[in-house]
Structures are given as C-alpha cells and as structure tokens.
Design a protein around this ligand. Structure first.
Ligand code: ZN
Ligand code: ZN
Length: 349
C-alpha cells in the first residue's frame, strides 16, 4: 500500500456581504490572489497545503472544495445580501466531515485543519446555537479555528462564541485587508514547515501583523454602531443592470440622524436571495440625501415602482408625469413626484 500524502487542510471562510461592496471587495480579491501565489513559492506548502474557500452572505457556499495548493485556481467571488454566519459554520462542519481523511489502522490521515473566519459585520441569520455547538465539536477538538473581525462593525464577543482565538484587524480599510492575508499566510507557512517535526501551533506570536490585535473576552469594545451604513438594491431603468447604493449614517440636528449617499457600485453578479423587495428592513426616503448617480447611465434620481423595486430615473419637470418600465417587474407605469417620505426596502448589510 502506498503511503498517503498527508495534507494540511486550510479552510477560508470569507464574508461576502454587501457591506464589502466597492474598494473593499476589490482588495479582498487581489489580496487573496497574491496570498495564493506567495504560498505557492514555498515547496513545503506545495507538498502539504490544501485550501478550500467558503463564502457567506445571503447563504453559505463552498466555492472551492478542498484542493491541493499546486492546482488551486483563484475563484470568482460573488457578493450578496446579509451575513449568514450560522449557515457558514454549519457548512464548514459538513465539509470537514466529508473532506478530511481520517487516520485509520492502515494509514495516517490529514493533519488537523486550520480554519480562518473573516467577517466585517453582524450575523443576520440564527447563528447562536450553531456557534455554541461548533465551538464544542470543532474549535475545541477537530480544528484550529481563528475568527477575525475586520473593522469596528462586529461585536467581538460574538466571535468568541465560535472560538477562543479571535483577532481584530484595526483601522479596517482596503489597505489593511492585506494584514488578514498576512496572518493567514504566516500561519500556513509556519504550520507546513514544522508539521513533521514539532506539530504546529496555528498562530506563531512573532508572525502577527502590525494591524492585527488579539481580542480577549475581557476586552470591552464599544458596541458597534447600528446601521452605520445602509445599502439599497437598485437597477438601471435603461440597462436593467443591478447596482448597489451605499449611504453612511450622519448625525443631524436634535439627536436625529440621516443617511448620506457615498457611492453607487455596478455589480455583474449578486446573490440577492428571494426576499429583496419584500425585505422587512426599510428606510424612509426622507432620511436619504446626496444620492449618488446610477453607475450605468448617470441618472441622478431614483424611483420606486409599485412592486417595491428601486431603479434609477431620469430628471424631468415636476408637472410632467414620466412613463417608465420598471427593470424589476417589467411593468410600464407613470411616475409622479412624492412629497412625503416613503418606506423603501434596503439590504441586510
Ligand atoms: Zn441608470
Ligand atoms: Zn416594478
């Protein structure tokens, strides 16, 4: 019987929620590519490392099954609405059950897997019980699990429910994305070099990047600002193509707040789920200002169809009623100006 070539399995769970839209998502993709090609430079890694990628947003998906590093190809990642952390943990457990070769009487199986979970926002599904079970069954027994909070919008105590090893990337922006991948890369390389001799510790304290700090349960982080950003799912009335508009919460007089438009982003694919228009999350149009133009046609206004779909809209004189075809439901209707606020659907973040 030929000896089994034991692998060091690495699972990357990447939050692909709409809050990543724009430069952050580009940075996520480019840093992932760079890390994979850097890892391929080291023969130790090529001998042992196998990588899988799981993304989560509206639901969780294993984009790449556990694949040996030398044949690993960078996948196309797709953003979606929401942060289905519970679904991602469940899927990870299933993948570990299915993909990790167990040690038997005849052969030694794979090494203990290392799992990295990167998230930038609050979970949007029922994740608590799943996390508690995951911590007992996986984090404390079968895998090294490293949870990483990217930025200030997640309560790190939630991540401690998944694993005792929690990190925070400070000053989260597109440049600090690389810090997460440095952490992953250093951990993998250390593990793959030492695995034959001393076993491994998934985190070598000397290789923690500057912008990454260890989070302990005692840390009292300020609770994340609720709805620091909101996102509208929009389509172009001319091209029917999808885009996301992003608004940031601003304080206005009297302790009130409103949302200022800070960007609109064209997306060629997006996991919208089934409830986008019927989303229970609403925002009043009265609270939105400085809306950014449609990235496809430059229209500065937006309109809301009877179906609830939001789309860009050409400017016209107030007394003229516009006839437009909604790119969501394909119904043609006349549109007037609304004087008061209107509650419209927004994304899950
Ligand atoms: Zn447009
Ligand atoms: Zn419609």
């Amino acid at each position: 019987m030929s000896p089994y070539n034991r692998r060091l399995p690495v699972y990357l769970l990447l939050d692909c929620s709409e809050s990543m839209v724009g430069d952050a998502f580009s940075a996520l993709n480019s840093n992932l590519s760079k890390m994979i090609s850097d890892l391929k430079q080291d023969p130790h890694n090529l001998e042992t490392v196998a990588i899988s990628i799981i993304t989560f947003s509206v639901n969780a998906r294993q984009v790449i099954p556990l694949t040996d590093l030398y044949s690993f190809q960078i996948p196309k990642l797709t953003l979606g609405s929401g942060t289905a952390l519970g679904a991602a943990l469940k899927l990870l457990e299933q993948c570990i059950d299915r993909e990790i070769v167990k040690t038997s009487a005849e052969r030694k199986g794979d090494y203990k897997p290392i799992c990295f979970i990167l998230t930038d926002g609050e979970p949007t599904d029922k994740w608590e019980n799943i996390a508690d079970q995951f911590k007992q069954q996986i984090s404390k027994k079968r895998s090294e699990v490293i949870a990483v909070a990217f930025g200030p919008d997640i309560d790190t105590n939630k991540l401690h429910r998944i694993s005792d090893t929690v990190f925070v990337v400070k000053n989260a922006d597109t440049t600090t994305f690389s810090e997460f991948f440095k952490l992953v890369s250093a951990s993998i390389s250390t593990a793959s070099q030492k695995i034959e001799t001393v076993g491994y510790r998934a985190i070598d304290p000397s290789s923690i990047p500057n912008e990454v700090v260890i989070s302990t349960l005692e840390d009292r982080r300020d609770f994340p600002i609720m709805d620091r950003f909101i996102f509208l799912h929009t389509r172009c009335s001319r091209d029917k193509k999808f885009y996301i508009t992003k608004y940031e919460k601003k304080h206005i007089q009297g302790g009130m707040h409103a949302f200022q438009g800070i960007g609109s982003y064209a997306l060629d694919s997006f996991d919208i789920g089934t409830e986008h228009i019927a989303s229970p999350l609403k925002v009043s149009t009265e609270l939105l200002f400085d809306s950014k133009p449609c990235p496809y046609c430059g229209n500065k206004l937006y309109a809301i169809c009877k179906c609830g779909g939001i789309h860009c809209c050409p400017e016209s004189k107030k007394e003229v009623t516009l006839s437009l075809t909604c790119p969501w439901c394909n119904q043609t209707d006349t549109y007037g100006f609304s004087s008061g606020g209107l509650d419209i659907s927004r994304g899950a973040g």
